[in-house]
Design a binder for this molecule. Structure first.
Ligand SMILES: [Zn+2]
Ligand SMILES: [Zn+2]
Length: 154
């Protein structure tokens, strides 16, 4: 069920040094259980897809790290907040969703009313947690197929 996108949303890092303007934000976000997320976040990654991210303040603070060939994380070099990642893989980078923003930053956009739309890399999830409720759960290989399909969207 497609949920209406939020046209514009603002997000700040913990030290407020970096301010982002996010457009075309999907409030139906993804929980990723992959090993990279477990390592980087010490838990699953919660990411909301969006069309574009503009750094409106603090561009000089933004640092980048590329944990996988297909994505680059952008984080605040002062407070360490993980801001968003950007799809680098040409095959997966749809025009719709080139960026995935950390859901925790989206409090001004009403994040507490957002819905977890799906869970990906479910086969890599540790046994010590699981989320309540029903939603599609994809294995890592199913996730890759889905990303490739999504990228075909205009
Ligand atoms: Zn910061
Ligand atoms: Zn992940």
């Amino acid at each position: 069920m497609p949920v209406e996108r939020i046209p514009k949303a603002a997000a700040k890092c913990a030290c407020h040094g970096v301010v982002l303007e996010i457009s075309g934000l999907d409030p139906g976000f993804t929980a990723c259980h992959c090993d990279t997320c477990q390592f980087m976040h010490s838990g699953p990654g919660f990411g909301a897809r969006c069309n574009d991210v503009k750094v409106v303040q603090g561009a000089e603070l933004v640092k980048k790290y590329k944990p996988a060939a297909w994505a680059t994380w952008h984080f605040c070099g002062k407070c360490g907040t993980r801001l968003h990642y950007k799809f680098e893989n040409e095959a997966w980078k749809s025009q719709q969703d080139r960026y995935v923003v950390s859901v925790g930053l989206l409090y001004e956009a009403g994040v507490k009313k957002f819905k977890m739309a799906n869970e990906v890399s479910y086969d890599e999830k540790p046994g010590y947690y699981c989320f309540a409720g029903h939603r599609p759960k994809l294995t890592t290989s199913e996730t890759y197929v889905q990303y490739a399909l999504d990228s075909q969207k205009p």
